[in-house]
Design a protein around this ligand. Structure first.
Ligand SMILES: *Cc1c(COP(=O)(O)O)cnc(C)c1O
Length: 340
């Protein structure tokens, strides 16, 4: 099967497997794993933050960030389509005891006016806004690469009100590649960022949570609280270090997404959103098929994709795909559509 369900389906390459085998390790709960320490230093440098923490998953990184930045009962301000709102099991309520105030934001980023309108000042009756949440790339809105100016404008509006800002940058390096800027430029206006090693960069496990020294020290305690303290984690951190050097390859995934989108747009009933990175969203309503039914047919023709809303299907490119795979995927989807 040509697997376009997600960029998390990639398998570690030989360099990653070799790095894992050769990794120097120690007990990371004692902060004595040299490979994890190196990964954390390298990640912090790449995103321009003082420090970083290796966490088992993007979800854990996001949940830790929400908890460390806020007090129980505060509000977190986020776009309606945020991953943290939709796909993290309501963890903000469970781990950080937050109330979420959602807003419909253009490109998933509130304007300074929206931040001003939705900001809640703490008083006897009102909980107070504790955190502004951004996402880059914005997954559910189609892998949008959010421009540094837009992030800065929202972050400045939050900071003027003493509200910290976190970026869910599961695919931050995709955004940087697409916009031709450094990851650090995208995160300069914010207080913390989570980025995944296990998506487009191709590592088998793990994400990074970065911020100030003080933030990361607190995050380390919260990771322990959630059961995320790991021991000889250098074994999985070593492929992560390799993965961080795969950033330039993401351009290839974006090229594949453009070719895929152009091909899919030829098919009757497919309304294709122009991709900015490695995600292609297709509204399939006009085919008369439900996403699940269409995807079952696609699977029968050797192509995997994900349902992504009542009429939407998501195709995601990644580093385990060749040019030929994209062609074959298009042939497979075409056959699936032509099956009565
Ligand atoms: C995948 C993803 C996450 C969560 O990462 P996991 O490692 O799967 O827990 C968070 N935010 C966004 C935008 C994602 O796409």
């Amino acid at each position: 099967m040509i697997d376009l369900r997600s960029d998390t389906v990639t398998k570690p390459d030989e360099a990653m497997r070799e790095a894992a085998r050769a990794a120097e390790v120690g007990d990371d709960v004692y902060e004595e794993d040299p490979t994890v320490n190196e990964l954390e230093a390298r990640a912090a440098e790449l995103v321009g933050m003082e420090a970083a923490l290796y966490v088992p998953s993007g979800t854990m990184g996001n949940q830790i960030a929400a908890r460390v930045h806020t007090e129980r009962g505060q509000e977190l301000l986020a776009d309606t389509e945020s991953h943290v709102v939709t796909y993290e099991l309501g963890g903000l309520a469970q781990h950080a005891a937050l109330q979420v105030r959602m807003l419909e934001a253009d490109r998933g980023v509130p304007t300074p006016e929206q931040v001003a309108e939705e900001y809640v000042e703490e008083d006897l009756h009102r909980p107070g806004t504790g955190l502004l949440w951004l996402e880059n790339t914005h997954n559910a809105r189609g892998g949008l690469a959010i421009e540094p100016e837009r992030i800065a404008a929202a972050a400045d509006a939050a900071h003027e009100r003493d509200v910290p800002v976190h970026v869910d940058g599961a695919r931050l390096f995709n955004a940087a590649a697409a916009l031709d800027v450094s990851a650090a430029e995208l995160t300069a206006p914010v207080d913390s960022v989570m980025c995944c090693l296990s998506k487009g960069l191709g590592a088998p496990v793990g994400s990074m949570l970065a911020g100030s020294e003080e933030f990361v020290a607190q995050a380390r305690r919260t990771r322990k609280l959630l059961g995320g303290g790991m021991r000889q984690a250098g074994i999985i951190a070593a492929p992560g270090l390799e993965a961080l050097e795969n950033r330039a390859d993401l351009e290839n995934d974006h090229d594949h997404a453009r070719v895929l989108a152009a091909g899919l747009a030829e098919f009757d009933g497919f309304d294709v959103q122009e991709p900015e990175t490695n995600i292609v969203l297709v509204d399939v309503a006009e085919t008369g098929l439900e996403p699940d039914a269409l995807l079952e047919r696609c699977r029968d023709h050797g192509v995997g994709a994900s349902p992504f809303g009542p009429t939407t299907v998501r195709f995601c490119t990644h580093r385990d795909l060749s040019d030929g795979d994209i062609e074959r995927a298009l042939e497979g989807v075409e056959s699936a559509l032509n099956t009565a």
